[in-house]
Design a binder for this molecule. Structure first.
Ligand code: PMP
Length: 387
């Protein structure tokens, strides 16, 4: 096999070697049920609680505000179902969210609307950032929950979370952010942003797959989404995924230690690729935010005129380079990305978009290789294009 370059870190990341080592060691000796009272259970419980305290430290919250779930999708669903229950109990109320959330929210919104819940979605500008004026227009005392993602998985656009949180609270609404793409890349603080709920997922920051984190501020309404046993103080039933939760805790610690350096390194690679593409490939549009402070550092989304994104993806894959078109979750549909369309991008350009997403294990040599391989691919595809 030739060279392999993974530039799809927003879809998921490979586990950090420290995580692999820790969980390999633990899984051969720790197998008790973390809820059991005997020594095997207590040993397993210690791993879960160690992870909880690392994660609380990363998110700047306290340990009893963290609930483990199966992923960010479940955490997002839980929050929206809490809002549904509140609205149903009161007999009135509304949810306000955006048009660019992850499918685990967009599809939940569809489900809620079909079931009689009123949900409004704030539009975004060309740079992928929400229109604050439109948000303000949609606000009112009947809004129960506002949910705005921290950073977008496709464009990388970062939203003004502290400001949105303040707006939501000024109307008496609860505020939730899906910070899945932001953790480990920018500083995320439940305290500074005055969050009521936050969702994220360990596999986006070099932890194992299948562990989600739901922060719920002390005292905010909470209803379980998965009913059953008394795990997580009755907030989320199901036997603890002990080893993976432990691995997520190790990953959280590394994320906290490496945050600033990681941010700088990712941005440097992203910028080198962006500049290189603009220099070597004509007729391209860089999507999303260009201002560093409003952009996830490792995300670069580019539209190539007169080429299908899927063709570029396959040609890059043949050369050992893994990227994505739209979000991984939407792949297979061949529909252009709803996130790019929501930002007002032309349909043709949305069809020709590619997302490069850098991670901890990429190097500048990867950028150089992509810049060698990509321009001739685009040239060839354009030469045979019927568009
Ligand atoms: N939210 C965002 C912004 C995401 O990027 C993802 C993963 N693609 C999710 C939620 C869902 O995370 P999980 O895979 O842990 O359910």
């Amino acid at each position: 096999m030739g060279r392999l370059i993974y530039l799809d870190n927003n879809a998921t990341t490979q586990m950090a070697p420290e995580v692999i080592n820790a969980i390999s060691e633990a899984q051969s000796v720790v197998y008790g049920n973390a809820s059991s009272m005997h020594s095997f259970g207590r040993e397993a419980n210690k791993l879960v609680e160690d992870a909880r305290s690392n994660i609380a430290s990363l998110l700047e919250c306290s340990t009893d505000e963290i609930t483990f779930t199966s992923g960010a999708s479940e955490a997002n669903n839980t929050v929206f179902m809490i809002a549904k229950s509140l609205i149903e109990k009161k007999g009135s109320g509304r949810i306000v969210t955006t048009t660019i959330e992850h499918p685990s929210i967009i599809e939940t919104v569809k489900y809620l609307k079909e079931n009689g819940i009123h949900v409004d979605q704030v539009p975004v500008a060309r740079d992928g950032r929400i229109k604050i004026d439109e948000l303000k227009k949609l606000m009112g005392p009947d809004v129960v929950l506002v949910s705005v993602m921290t950073g977008n998985n496709e464009t990388g656009a970062i939203q003004p979370i502290a400001e949105v949180s303040e707006i939501a609270h000024s109307y008496g609404a609860l505020f939730h952010t899906d910070a899945t793409q932001a953790i480990g890349k920018i500083k995320v603080s439940c305290k500074d942003w005055n969050l009521d709920y936050l969702s994220c997922s360990g596999h986006k920051f070099y932890g194992p797959k299948g562990v989600g984190i739901l922060f719920a501020k002390k005292g905010v309404p909470f209803m379980p989404f998965v009913h059953g046993g008394e795990q997580e103080h009755g907030r989320r039933a199901g036997t603890y995924n002990t080893i993976s939760i432990y691995g997520t805790g190790i990953a959280a610690k590394l994320a906290q230690e490496n945050l600033d350096e990681e941010n700088r390194r990712l941005w440097k690679m992203r910028e080198a690729l962006r500049e290189g593409i603009l220099k070597t490939v004509p007729h391209v549009v860089v999507n999303g935010c260009q201002d560093q402070q409003f952009c996830l550092p490792g995300t670069l989304d580019v539209s190539f005129e007169n080429v299908e994104g899927e063709s570029i993806l396959l040609m890059l894959d043949m050369n050992g380079i893994a990227v994505s078109t739209g979000s991984a979750c939407a792949t297979g549909s061949l529909e252009p990305s709803y996130v790019l369309l929501a930002g007002g991008l032309d349909v043709e350009l949305a069809h020709g978009s590619i997302r490069f997403s850098f991670g901890r294990f990429n190097t500048m040599e990867d950028v150089e290789y992509v810049l060698e391989v990509l321009p001739p691919i685009i040239e060839r595809l354009r030469a045979i294009s019927t568009r």
